[in-house]
Write a protein that binds this ligand. Structure first.
Ligand code: F6P
Length: 329
C-alpha cells in the first residue's frame, strides 16, 4: 500500500446516470469491508467546496442498487473550474481528513478530477458514469446501457405510429458530441438510419438516407439523430426543416427524447458494471493506484490514466455503421 488511506470521499458529478447508486454502494461497501471510513459528498464538487459531507455506513446504501439518479445528488460546478474553488475543496478535505477521492462522472467531471490531482497530492480514482459512453479506454460507461434500453423502448412505440401514417420520424437522442447512443439504438430498434457526428464529413448524411429510402421504396422511416451540433447544423429539428424544404413530398416529424433518457431504473448490465467498477476503485486505491479511471475492456477491469480517458477521442467501431446500413434494407 502506497500510503495509509483511512477515509475516502465519494461523489457523483455532472449529468446523472442510471447505475450511479450501484457504484456508490459498491465503493461504500468495499471500503467498509477494508475498514475505511466513507464520506458521502453531496452535489459533486459543489459539496466539496461547501462542506456538504455525510458519514456513510454500509446501511446508508441499502436498497439503492435498483434506484435511478444519484442519492448523493449531482451538479455541474463552475467554481471547481477555478483555482480558488479547488483550493477551498482541498482545504475542506484536509480538515475533515479525507485521504482519497472516488469521483463518479463523465468527461467534464473527470477533467476536474485531473486538474485537482495535478495541483494537490490526493489519490483520485475516477469511475466512468455517463449515459454518453464517450470516455476513452472503457467499452462501456455506467448508465449507457440503461439509456440505450430506454431509447429503444421509446422508438418501438414511435415506430407503430410512423408505420400507420407513412411518416419519417427524426428522433433526437443525447450523447453530447458522441454518437454511441444514436448508432446503437438505431441498430437495436431496427431503425432506417442514424445521423451521428462521427459520420463521414464529406457525405450529406440526410441526402444519403433519403436516396437509400427511395431505392428501397420504404414509406415510413425512423432516423436516430445525435443531439450534437456543429456550426448550427445538427439535431432532429435541423434535419426535419431540411426535409420540409428539400423533399416537400415527404411527411416528417420530430421527437426529442430529452432527459427521460437519463432516468429510470438501471439495467442489470449497468448494475453489474457499476458494482465491479466500484469494487475495483477501492482495490486500486489499496494497490497504490492514483489518478486512474477504472474501465472495462473485453470484460476485464482496466486502469486508464484519467488524462487519457478524457483527452483521447473514443472511436465508433466502423462495423456498427456497416451493420446498420446493411440491416436497414
Ligand atoms: O453528459 C450527459 C448529458 O445527458 C448529455 O448527453 C447531454 O448533452 C447533457 O448531459 C445535458 O445536460 P443537462 O442535463 O445539464 O442539460
Amino acid at each position: 500500500m502506497e500510503r495509509n488511506i483511512k477515509t475516502i470521499g465519494v461523489l457523483t458529478s455532472g449529468g446523472d446516470a442510471p447505475g450511479m447508486n450501484a457504484a456508490i454502494r459498491a465503493v461504500t461497501r468495499t471500503a467498509r469491508y477494508h475498514n475505511m471510513n466513507v464520506v458521502g459528498i453531496m452535489r459533486g464538487y459543489q459539496g466539496l467546496i461547501e462542506r456538504e459531507f455525510v458519514k456513510f455506513t454500509s446501511s446508508s446504501v441499502s436498497n439503492t442498487i435498483q434506484r435511478g439518479g444519484t442519492i448523493l445528488k449531482t451538479a455541474r460546478c463552475m467554481e471547481f473550474m477555478t483555482a480558488e474553488g479547488r483550493k477551498k475543496a482541498y482545504e475542506n478535505m484536509v480538515e475533515v481528513g479525507i485521504d482519497a477521492l472516488v469521483v463518479i462522472g463523465g468527461n467534464g467531471s473527470l477533467t476536474g478530477a485531473q486538474l485537482f490531482a495535478r495541483e494537490y497530492d490526493i489519490p483520485i480514482i475516477g469511475l466512468p458514469g455517463t449515459i454518453d459512453n464517450d470516455l476513452y479506454g472503457t467499452d462501456s460507461t455506467i448508465g449507457y446501457d440503461s439509456a440505450l434500453n430506454t431509447i429503444v423502448e421509446c422508438v418501438d412505440k414511435i415506430r407503430d405510429t410512423a408505420n400507420s401514417h407513412d411518416r419519417i420520424f427524426f428522433i433526437e437522442v443525447m450523447g453530447r458530441d458522441a454518437g454511441f447512443l444514436a448508432q446503437n439504438s438505431a441498430i437495436a430498434s431496427g431503425a432506417e438510419a442514424a445521423i451521428i457526428p462521427e459520420g463521414k464529413t464529406d457525405v450529406d448524411q440526410l441526402a444519403e438516407f433519403i436516396e437509400r429510402g427511395k431505392r428501397k421504396s420504404k414509406n415510413s422511416a425512423i432516423v436516430l439523430v445525435s443531439e450534437s451540433q456543429k456550426d448550427g447544423k445538427g439535431g432532429a429539428n435541423y434535419y426535419a426543416e431540411r426535409v420540409k424544404k428539400e423533399y416537400p413530398q415527404l411527411s416528417s416529424h420530430v421527437t426529442i427524447l430529452g432527459h427521460l433518457q437519463r432516468g429510470g431504473t438501471p439495467s442489470a448490465y449497468d448494475r453489474i458494471l457499476a458494482s465491479r467498477l466500484g469494487y475495483a476503485a477501492i482495490e486500486a486505491l489499496l494497490e497504490g493506484q492514483r489518478n486512474v479511471m477504472i474501465g472495462i475492456k473485453n470484460d476485464e477491469i482496466v486502469y486508464v490514466p484519467i488524462s487519457r480517458a478524457v483527452k483521447m477521442n473514443k472511436p465508433i467501431n466502423q462495423e456498427l455503421i456497416s451493420v446498420l446500413n446493411v440491416l436497414s434494407m
